[in-house]
Design a binder for this molecule. Structure first.
Ligand SMILES: [Zn+2]
Length: 142
């Protein structure tokens, strides 16, 4: 498992850097918990309940997991212990969606508010709100 921005896909890396910078700009410092995972690491994430998908965008360098620093200090790296109702997550979600990213805070099973992923051109999901910049950034049709 990596926390390195350099392990991200070159299309996504500048946007991930901007997300982290925008969070800091909004006085919401974050910790990068994961950037990339191997297939074996993804299998472990599924086994422990941290993920539900066999293939994650983290394996392609197209996703980043971040956590508000205050929450990380309270509960450590086990995201299943994080308070997902803390308003900091919604603030991060707004910042990520303004950059055209898909936000795991829109998911319900499991809710994953620290997860942001890059969409490939034409890729579309029902959880992406009409207000998301993803429509403009990736040329998605409504
Ligand atoms: Zn993730």
């Amino acid at each position: 498992m990596s926390r390195a921005l350099d392990d991200l896909d070159p299309r996504f890396k500048p946007v991930a850097c901007e997300l982290v910078a925008r969070a800091s700009e909004h006085l919401l410092p974050v910790l990068i918990t994961f950037t990339s995972r191997t297939a074996a690491e993804q299998a472990v994430a599924v086994a422990t309940g941290a993920s539900r998908v066999a293939h994650s965008k983290h394996q392609d360098g197209l996703a980043i997991d971040i956590c508000p620093y205050d929450i990380y200090q309270l509960h450590g790296p086990d995201k299943l212990k994080w308070d997902t109702h803390d308003p900091s997550w919604a603030r991060l979600g707004s910042l990520g969606e303004a950059l055209g990213l898909r936000w795991g805070g829109r998911w319900h099973d499991p809710l994953d508010p620290g997860h942001f992923e890059w969409l490939l051109d034409g890729e579309h999901y029902k959880d992406i709100p009409i207000t998301s910049a993803a429509f403009a950034v990736h040329g998605l049709s409504v």
